[in-house]
Design a protein around this ligand. Structure first.
Ligand code: TEU
Ligand code: CA
Length: 550
């Protein structure tokens, strides 16, 4: 088992990582070419977004065949080579397990619709029109899609049909997929929307007294059998294979995340939380613009305190991330790219690397990649198209406004090709990439970052070695100082007599903080010049420090 608490994880969204054969699409050989880069960065494990055969309706999250590799990315031999080459460099591979749903082109689904008496019919949820409920999908349409004279349940896009986990054959088939890849030598799985696998019995209407489609939150999230299924999966697969289980527990609350990850419960090892990523979104998610995408530093701090304290105190465990492939890049949400691109990228890195929980880096954040200015014609993400439709059709938002909002929040923002260099097509490919390339690659790219001692990338490297050198950052308690401070976050991590104080100004203005206690200190790392730890600390915009104290 990977020493996951002591590991740094790097998420690759393969389609946009590196193209090796010049068809404009990232691929497995491209990843292999960049393993030395990743090794040099200091990461221990790669979470690979799905590489299975797919129709690209949701770029891999619509799996057509769990046992073959998307041809655009390469072959099973390429994947075996990736595992081997990664192992040579002591890098582990975590695959994405998409098991809440399959593509409607998956053999099981095709069998299910071909013959109503086939055993595969019960792998999914089919209902007659009069029996379907009022559930709204995560992607903004009805969760029920017509198929011949029946409807099937699809909680994400229309071509992702939900699997019926109550059927033991479904569960065993998924466990077999897991074993197949574990036998190849991967170290575990990031499990896509794993807390939505249990739907409320009888599939009742949500809020039946209300008109229109309703988001079925507690009817599909953290259902009562999720624990049962996870324990079974743990017993049958994770424990015997000594494999890591990382749950994408969508919209999870701390108590429940603790329950999933507590050692004695034998379910998962860690989960992600969604609260930080959802900051500023309305109740219905990122396309719900009613809050105007506004939030305060205090909101950011409150979420941090809540999750840090509850996880540490109750034996839960998180993977901490600022960005992933489902949200626009964080630097423009929590930082400031106009005046403090470098400073804020580094400040946020120091934050993510000094929390309780394992740090995740999303490809490109280590150079502070920004969100492009996308036009309607640049969109690729199905969630974006669906939500745009819903906004204009159901909410009657004028088209030009809906386009603006969608371009602002679309997941495409985080999915543009990685900037390897200043060369043509950013060194991602020799031909025009499959999706919009941010023209700022001439200024923001990995090659330049590697050559600049003071770059964001080199700061990430320093943060990574921090975690390797100071066990308190991994195992230590989390004690916040001046919780009420509106702009500066400050906390102490403590373990076995080692104490570290982290202090970060999250604002684009100068701010000060008064420390009640006096400390002896050694300055360890900063994104500005080292500064003595004194009673009144005056911090520049996004100035961040870490000290060893006693
Ligand atoms: O994401 C689940 C998820 O919570 C997001 O779809 C989220 O609800 C949405 O972006 C809110 O706006 C996982 C994958 O990470 C995502 O890429 C997939 O599209 C989704 O599951 C379906 O498999
Ligand atoms: Ca390619």
């Amino acid at each position: 088992m990977i020493d996951y608490k002591n590991s740094i994880f790097y998420q690759i969204w393969p389609r946009s990582f590196k193209d090796s054969n010049n068809d404009g699409i990232g691929d497995i050989q491209g990843i292999i070419q960049k393993l030395d880069y990743l090794k040099n960065l200091g990461i221990d494990a790669i979470w690979l977004s799905p590489i299975y055969k797919t129709n690209n309706d949701d770029y891999g999250y619509d799996v057509v065949d769990y046992y073959s590799i998307n041809e655009e990315y390469g072959s099973m031999e390429d994947f075996d080579e990736l595992i081997l080459e990664a192992k040579k460099r002591n890098i582990e591979i975590i695959m994405d397990l998409v098991a809440n749903h399959t593509s409607t082109s998956h053999q099981w689904f095709l069998e299910a619709i071909k013959d109503k008496n086939s055993k595969y019919r019960d792998y999914y949820f089919f209902e007659k029109k009069e029996n379907i409920n009022n559930w709204l999908s995560f992607f903004g349409n009805s969760s029920w899609v017509k198929q011949d004279d029946y409807y099937y349940l699809a909680s994400f896009s229309a071509t992702q049909a939900d699997l019926n986990w109550a059927n033991i054959e479904v569960r065993n088939s998924i466990y077999n997929v897991m074993k197949f890849y574990l036998n190849k030598g991967i170290c575990g799985f990031r499990m896509d929307v794993i807390n939505t696998i249990d739907k409320k019995e009888g599939l009742p209407d949500k809020n039946p007294h209300l008109k229109g489609l309703q988001f079925p939150d507690d009817y599909i999230i953290d259902g009562k059998n999720v624990d049962k299924y996870l324990k079974e999966m743990n017993e049958k697969v994770l424990t015997p294979y000594d494999a890591l289980g990382l749950g994408e527990a969508v919209l999870v609350k701390p108590e429940i995340a603790i329950n999933y990850t507590k050692k004695e419960n034998k379910e998962l090892h860690m989960t992600f939380q969604f609260d930080l990523a959802m900051l500023g979104y309305g109740e219905l998610g990122k396309y719900d613009f009613r809050k105007g995408y506004r939030f305060s530093i205090k909101d950011f701090k409150n979420i941090t305190s809540l999750w840090q304290e509850s996880m540490y105190e109750n034996g839960g465990y998180l993977g901490n991330y600022l960005s992933n492939h489902d949200h626009k890049r964080h630097i423009e949400r929590y930082g400031d790219i106009k005046k403090y691109h470098k400073e804020s990228s580094k400040a946020l890195a120091l934050y993510n690397f000094t929390l309780y929980g394992s740090p995740f880096i999303y490809q490109g954040e280590e150079i502070g990649m920004t969100n492009p200015k996308l036009k309607y014609k640049d969109w690729k993400d199905p969630e974006c198209f669906n939500s745009y439709e819903a906004m204009t059709r159901m909410l009657h938002v004028p088209k030009f406004i809906a386009k603006k909002i969608s371009s602002y929040v679309t997941r495409d923002n985080a999915r543009t090709p990685i900037h390897w260099s200043k060369e043509n097509y950013a060194g991602f490919s020799n031909v025009e990439p499959w999706m919009y390339l941010n023209p700022n690659y001439k200024k923001i790219n990995i090659e330049d970052n590697l050559n600049d001692k003071d770059s964001i990338l080199n700061f990430y490297k320093k943060c990574i070695s921090l975690r390797k050198n100071y066990p308190s950052l991994i195992y230590g308690s989390f004690l916040e100082i001046q919780k009420e401070h509106p702009h500066i976050i400050a906390y102490i991590r403590e373990y076995n007599n080692e104490r570290m104080l982290i202090m970060i100004n999250l604002d684009k203005k100068k701010r000060s903080i008064i420390l009640k206690d006096k400390y002896k200190f050694k300055h360890i790392l900063s994104n500005y010049k080292p500064k003595n730890l004194v009673k009144e600390m005056l911090l520049e915009p996004f100035e961040a420090h870490i000290y060893l104290i006693n």
